[in-house]
Every structure is written in C-alpha cells, then in structure tokens.
Design a protein around this ligand. Sequence first.
Ligand code: VOV
Length: 251
Amino acid sequence: MNEAVETLEGWYALHDMRRIDWKAWRSVSAQERARAVDELIALTRAFAEVEGQRKGAYGQYHMAGHKADLMFLHMRPTIQELNEVKARFQKSRFADFTEPTYSYVSVVELSSYLAKPGVDPDTDPYLQGRLKPVLPKTEYVCFYPMNKRRQGEDNWYMLPMEQRREMMKSHGLIGRKYHGKVTQIITGSVGLDDWEWGVTLFADDPLQFKKLVYEMRFDEASARFGEFGGFYVGNRLGDEGLARLLHLEAR
Ligand code: VOV
C-alpha cells in the first residue's frame, strides 16, 4: 500500500449557510422582529464567548450572491458540541425566518508533509494555535470544498510520498507570498462530508482571494489534482451589522 501522510486534527468545524426568508420576516410585526433580533444577538454573543475561553471559535458573515445570505462558522472540540450549537440556533425565533441552504462538516487539519522533526504537536504552541484557531477578524471570508483527483495517471493517492511532499512544498511557497494578505484554515473532511477538504480563507481585500486561488491554479498540486466545489464569499458581520441587516424600514 502507498504511504499515507500523517495528519494532526484540531477542532471540528461547521460551516452553516442560511437564506433569509425576507417575505416572512416582513410579514411579522416590528415588535416580533425586535424580539427575534434581541434573542439572536444574545445567542451569537454566547457563541462568540467560546473564543475568549479557548473552547471553540465562531464567526458570522453576510454572504454575497444567492447561494446563501448568512454563514455561521462554528468550531468546537466535538461534533456533539457542533450539533448543540446548530440546535440552539434552530430553536431560536429568528431561525423560523431562515432556511438552510448548505452546510459543511470537517475538522481542522495539518498534514505532516512539511513537519519539523522533534516537535511535539500536543504541546507546541504554534501547532496548537493552528489546530484550535481564533478566527482571523478580517473583513472578508471565502469558503469552498475540494478534492485531490483520483483519475488514471492523475491519482494523488497513488503518488509516492516524496512527490506529494515536493508538490506541497511548492504549494506552500505560493501561499507564503500572500502572508499578511490571506490566512487559510484547512479542514479535513474525508469520512465527514462530501469533499476531502474545506478551504476557509480570510482577507481584508477580497481581490486577494482571486489572486491567490488563480495563482495556485498554475501550481501542479491544484492544476493537475485540484477539484473544487462551490465557492462562497462574504463579509464579516458584528452584532451591530447583523442587527442592521435585519432592520426593515417602516413602509
Ligand atoms: C494562504 C496561503 C496558503 C498557505 C501559506 C498554504 C500552505 C500550506 C501548507 C504548508 C500545507 C502543507 C502542510 C499542512 O499545513 O497541511 C498546506 C496544505 C493544504 N493546502 Fe494550503 N496553503 C494556502 C492556501 C491554500 C489554498 C488557497 C488552498 C486551496 C487550493 C486551491 O488551489 O484553491 C489550499 C489547499 C490545501 C490543502 C487541501 C492542503 C492539504 C493537502 C494534503 O494533501 O494534505 N491551501 N497548505
């Protein structure tokens, strides 16, 4: 059998995409909307608290295009906890005015292709910080799922370890050029969801997503082996932004 790369896993992740039913939202009284928004803000504040306690991570985003209006990104130590936060949202008043459009379940992953020897991942602060991340507070987020191709001559999983390591090195070098502009969190999802990885990118300038993803398309790891699902892009929402988004002018 070919040599599998060892991986390190951190927190589980749920990318939870929702569409707002604006017609239903508009049809209820301003008072009812205010109650739903107050409850929602209290809930999202509670979600965000885990970040300070280092028991998870949370971000909320206003998504561009029609694939979704909102993305809630939760990271927690277990899938059970992810299910609990999902259920807490589903039981909220505001959830009645949304419909789920897409979700992705995965776990933060680091592969050992470029691992430094002699580092204990259980105690190394750098690795622990990457496996259990605080979400970057950039203006924009981009998410998409991907596979490494398994077809004929282009079968990633049949390549010798050294060849895969070389390609990941080249991949990492391109990524490093975007240091300070784009931060990535790679989550593994083999056995958890429909694709092999989730790619979540964070940047203050969304053009940098385009530039990075485009440049990587010319690199062998992506050019020959990358297969991609739908792309989602959005901007980060604070509590005030969320309340503003849901506010309706009287008419
Ligand atoms: C922001 C830039 C950036 C940087 C610096 C970066 C670096 C690195 C390093 C050093 C490593 C290897 C070690 C590890 O950490 O696992 C990886 C690993 C990985 N990457 Fe990456 N990646 C980036 C960015 C980045 C992007 C934009 C994509 C999407 C590809 C594209 O074409 O759209 C991606 C994918 C991945 C994946 C799927 C893996 C796991 C592959 C596997 O077979 O295990 N990645 N990545």
